[in-house]
Design a protein around this ligand. Structure first.
Ligand code: NAP
Length: 280
């Protein structure tokens, strides 16, 4: 079994991004907005700031109280849309319950939507036009490419159908000529579906959901999930030691998809900066 080393690839990508950013007339700028005090979101926001520093980007962080009215958040986003020095705007999800996530996502200018969640970017992905790609599925595709795993003609099964991971993951695999099945909580006989996969992607958030008997011998298995075990250690959906005996390629958690997601955010921000400076 070969480990799909997302950490190593992400480091390489960020180094390339840093070099390219240094050659731009104006450095890329990313604004990250956090509403409330979700500890996991706080960790993500901090790591995004560090990634910006490492890539030589300008970054701004906005910490809003959980009870901030939606109108105030929309006003902040409008202001960031107008700023010449800000190329990417990321509002960390999930938002507090009183906010309408879709309304907030739609307020972000599609040209600055480096998360790729705006309906304009999601729609362009659907119809096969250029767009900002959601960071996690795009990171998985780069990881597959790095290890020369060509989806064309393969049977790909994606477990999970969220707008940010499962659905765009399926579309990206389809774009690359895989035959794609999306599974979800109402899928009957998930094990049988998974056993058919040459490429199996799990994005659910349930520890040990994917067991060795659900994996075809020699399959590529990508574990997107981030769960905690009883001792608080980060783990994915895949029963790693058992699946490692059957899979040909497997992502570790941590060190697989997570670092790739972060690297693609930097890549998208660089792309936004280049577009806004008419360099591509
Ligand atoms: P989500 O919105 O909660 O979606 C989970 C999906 O899993 C849903 O489509 C759900 O089906 C499906 N599901 C739930 N139980 C299932 C079961 N027993 N069998 C089959 N499908 C089942 O989650 P998400 O935002 O896509 O994230 C998924 C996981 O990836 C989480 O662990 C999250 O932390 C992780 N994640 C990691 C990264 C990274 O960078 N590594 C980035 C984003 C997310 P229904 O639609 O029928 O409810």
């Amino acid at each position: 079994m070969t480990l799909l080393d997302g950490k190593a690839l992400a480091t390489k990508l960020k180094e390339e991004i840093r070099r390219e950013a240094a050659g731009l007339p104006r450095r890329p700028g990313l604004a990250v907005v956090l509403v409330g005090e979700d500890p996991a979101s706080r960790v993500y926001v901090t790591s995004k700031r560090k990634d910006c520093e490492n890539c030589g980007f300008y970054s701004e962080e906005y910490d809003l109280l959980a009870q901030t009215p939606q109108s105030a958040l929309l006003e902040l986003v409008e202001g960031l849309n107008e700023r010449a020095d800000i190329d990417g705007i990321l509002v960390q999800l999930p938002l507090p319950g009183h906010m309408d996530e879709q309304a907030v996502i739609q307020a972000i200018s599609p040209e600055k939507d480096v998360d790729g969640f705006h309906p304009m970017n999601a729609g362009n992905l659907l119809i096969g036009r250029e767009s900002f790609l959601p960071c996690t599925p795009a990171g998985v595709m780069e990881l597959l490419d790095e290890y020369h795993i060509d989806p064309a003609g393969k049977r790909a099964v994606v477990v999970g159908r969220s707008n940010i991971v499962g659905k765009p993951m399926g579309l990206l695999l389809l774009r690359r000529d895989a035959t794609v099945t999306l599974c979800h909580s109402k899928t009957p006989d998930l094990p049988e579906m998974c056993r058919q996969a040459d490429i199996l992607i799990s994005a659910v958030g349930r520890r040990n959901l994917i067991t060795a008997d659900m994996v075809k011998e020699g399959a590529t298995v990508v574990d997107v999930a981030m769960n905690r075990d009883e001792s608080g250690k980060l783990c994915g959906d895949v029963d790693f030691p058992a699946v490692a005996e059957r899979a040909a390629f497997l992502t570790p958690v941590p060190g697989g998809v997570g670092p790739m997601t972060r690297a693609i955010l930097m890549k998208n921000t660089l792309l936004a900066a280049k577009k806004r400076q008419n360099l591509c």
